[in-house]
Every structure is written in C-alpha cells, then in structure tokens.
Design a protein around this ligand. Structure first.
Ligand SMILES: Nc1ncnc2c1ncn2[C@@H]1O[C@H](COP(=O)(O)OP(=O)(O)OP(=O)(O)O)[C@@H](O)[C@H]1O
Length: 362
C-alpha cells in the first residue's frame, strides 16, 4: 500500500491542510524549522504509535492544545487514524471508522521505516536501538513473531517478578524452564530472520557501498553464549540475577554487531559511508517486508542531503529505483535533491513554510 493523503490536526506546527502524496516518490523541501520532520513524524506516529525523536508525546501536540490527530487514506481506500490527548494520555485508533484497541491494528496495515540523523544511534548507541530495528522487521516479516514475542514477554515478566520477590526455588525453576523454552523459540525466529536479512543486506550494500560491501558482515548474538544451553547459563548466574533483580540472559538480550574487516565498523567508516550503510540496512528491511507482501513499506528519509556528496546521492537514487516502496525524502535545499530527481519518471515535490505544505509544479 501507499499513503494517498494525510490530514493532521494540532500536530506540532503543521497547518493541517490535506497533503496528497505521489504513490512512489515524494520530495519535501523547506528551511530549517519549517515543518519537514514534523510531517515525517505524523506519518511515523501512525505506523508506530510513538515519536522517532522523543518519548514525550506532549511535545507533538501544537502549543496550547491538548489533543493531536493524524489521519491517512491509503491506496486501497482504507482510512486510518490516531488521536492522542496528552492531558488524559488517551489514545484513539480508528481503521475505516471502527475503533481499534491496539496499536498493532495500525502497524499491521502501515509499515513505516525511517532514516533520520538520530538513526546513527544504531551504530553508536546501546543495543536498544539495534534490537528495535531488528524486531521491527521481524514483526512484519514473520507472522508468528508477534505472538511468540508476547508469550515470551509474559514469561519474562513473571520470571523477573519471581527473581525480585525471591519466589520459592521450585516455582522459580518452573518459570526458568518456561523462560528457556520461549527464549529458544524467539531466538530461533530471529536467527531465521537475520539469515534472510543478511542475504538482502548484501544486495543493498552492493548498490550503495560497492567498494567495501564484501568486507562488511553482521554478527548476531542471541542473548546468551551460543555454545551453551540457556538453562546452564542461568543456573550458573543465579546469584548475579538475584542481585540485579532481573533476567540477565535470554532472547531479550540479543544484539547485532556490524563489522568491517571483522572489526566493529564504528569509526572505520566515514560519516557519508555510515549514512549509506544506514540506508542499506533500511532498504534491506523494507525489501524483506515488501516481499512478504502483507504491507508495502513507506520509507521516510529525513535530511537526505546531509553527509552525502553528489556521487553518493546518485547511488541512493539508483537504489530507490530498485525499491518497490513509497519514499518520502526531505531536504533543506532543492539543489541537494538534483541527483535524486528522476528525469523520466513521475514524482511529487512539496515546499514547506511555517507548517504549510504545498505541492510544487515543475
Ligand atoms: N509542539 C509544537 N507546536 C508547534 N510548533 C512546534 C512544536 N514543537 C516544535 N515546533 C516548531 O515546529 C517547527 C518545525 O519543526 P521541524 O522539526 O519539523 O522542522 P524541520 O523543517 O524539520 O527543520 P530542520 O531542517 O531544522 O530539521 C519548528 O519551528 C519548531 O520550533
């Protein structure tokens, strides 16, 4: 699916005027502080029920208002909307006018992925960002995963409560064994997804970072030593877990490492190369989601020009052509977009000023 139109109310500085998108390629141009990221934020919020910049939902509502709304129609004529009252913390989700109870009711219809300047945290932040990134793909690609993760999370919660309340050993053992079983199920699904992901990633690295693509690898650690049984690891670390009051090993502690020449990529890649790598990761995930065909991802790329020279932007342009997704890119300057604007395919260019978004005719 693609987003046909977006209407917001009281969403940051956006004017609320209806925006009609191009089904494939959209460029949003505007000065600093004009409202480009706010537009992406509204779309992201619909897909995730949260912001990509902040945990403070109150910063999303326009100054002096209590409630914001974001509504879209998609290419199958479905209407999806979310509203949030930041005073009462009440969220209302609607699909085709029907109230829905869960955010996942929106997420299963709209897979929004984003690359922003904050995305570099994937390389330099803690494992939380990487876990979120991998599980977002898993959720969309492996249909059983949402249930597997819910079941696992319930057991993890019980086990953690048991550790904290010094539950009697027999009962704790029961939850530990169950926890190991669910960890194995989740870790196995992740391993399968990551194998598929690596294969797809290699394609996009070949397009975006051809000179070093073959030297890049992704290493998955499942959350406990790969040569050991989880039950043994947990038995050995019982005292440590009691001290910390939570489960220190298991499927929730997984991580992925990005390696270049077998060493963490960290500062081995230039800033521009990091950005291309980020795009390769995101494109690979989008493509996997698209292959499953349940939903066609919508790709948001904030500030596409930053860090990329003209040649790199041309590589990105070629890669975007290979993707079968709706793409929305922002930039401060129209000139920055020149290498990305196709000469023989249609697209839509928008201009943003003080939250007012208008379609530009070429
Ligand atoms: N809650 C809010 N209500 C109204 N306006 C807000 C709110 N929060 C931030 N703003 C303003 O919204 C404007 C748009 O911000 P946004 O981050 O979308 O800009 P941008 O076009 O992406 O800028 P940049 O190119 O600098 O990243 C800014 O001027 C900001 O001060």
């Amino acid at each position: 699916m693609s987003v046909v139109s977006l209407i917001t109310q009281n969403f940051r500085n956006l004017s609320g005027k209806k925006i009609v998108f191009h089904p494939d390629l959209n460029f949003i141009v505007g000065d600093n502080g004009s409202g480009k990221s706010s537009l992406l934020e509204a779309l992201f919020y619909l897909g995730h029920g949260k912001s990509f910049r902040t945990t403070k939902t109150e910063s999303l509502v326009s100054f002096n208002h209590e409630q914001f709304v974001a509504n879209i129609t998609d290419s199958q004529d479905r209407r999806m909307g979310i509203s949030r009252n930041v005073l009462t913390s009440q969220t209302e989700i609607k699909v085709d006018g029907e109230r829905q109870s869960r955010l996942s009711d929106l997420a299963k219809n709209i897979a929004v992925q984003i690359v922003t300047p904050e995305s570099f945290k994937l390389f330099f932040g803690g494992p939380k960002e990487r876990r979120r990134f991998i599980d977002l793909g898993l959720f969309h690609v492996k249909h059983d995963f949402a249930k597997q993760w819910r079941d696992f999370s319930k057991v993890l919660k019980q086990r953690n409560a048991g550790i904290r309340s010094l539950m009697e050993p027999g009962l704790r053992r029961y939850w530990t064994e169950l926890f190991c079983q669910h960890s194995m199920v989740v870790a196995q699904s992740r391993q399968e997804y990551i194998n598929e992901f690596i294969e797809e990633l290699n394609v996009w690295l070949g397009l975006l970072l051809p000179s070093i693509a073959e030297e890049i690898t992704l290493q998955y650690s499942r959350g406990w030593n790969k040569k050991r049984e989880l039950l043994d690891v947990l038995s050995e670390n019982e005292d440590k877990e009691l001290k910390y009051g939570s489960s220190l090993y298991g499927a929730h502690k997984f991580d992925v490492k990005f390696l270049l020449h077998k060493h963490p990529i960290d500062f081995q890649l230039s800033r521009g190369q990091q950005k291309l790598f980020l795009l390769a990761l995101t494109f690979a995930q989008a493509k996997l989601i698209e292959k499953v065909k349940r939903v066609k991802p919508i790709l948001l790329i904030d500030d596409i020009g930053a860090e990329l020279d003209t040649a790199s932007r041309a590589l990105v342009s070629d890669a975007i052509k290979e993707l079968n997704c709706q793409v929305i890119l922002t930039a401060i300057d129209k000139l920055v977009l020149a290498p990305l604007v196709p000469s023989n395919e249609s697209y839509q260019m928008f201009h943003v000023e003080h939250g007012e978004i208008s379609a530009m005719s070429e």
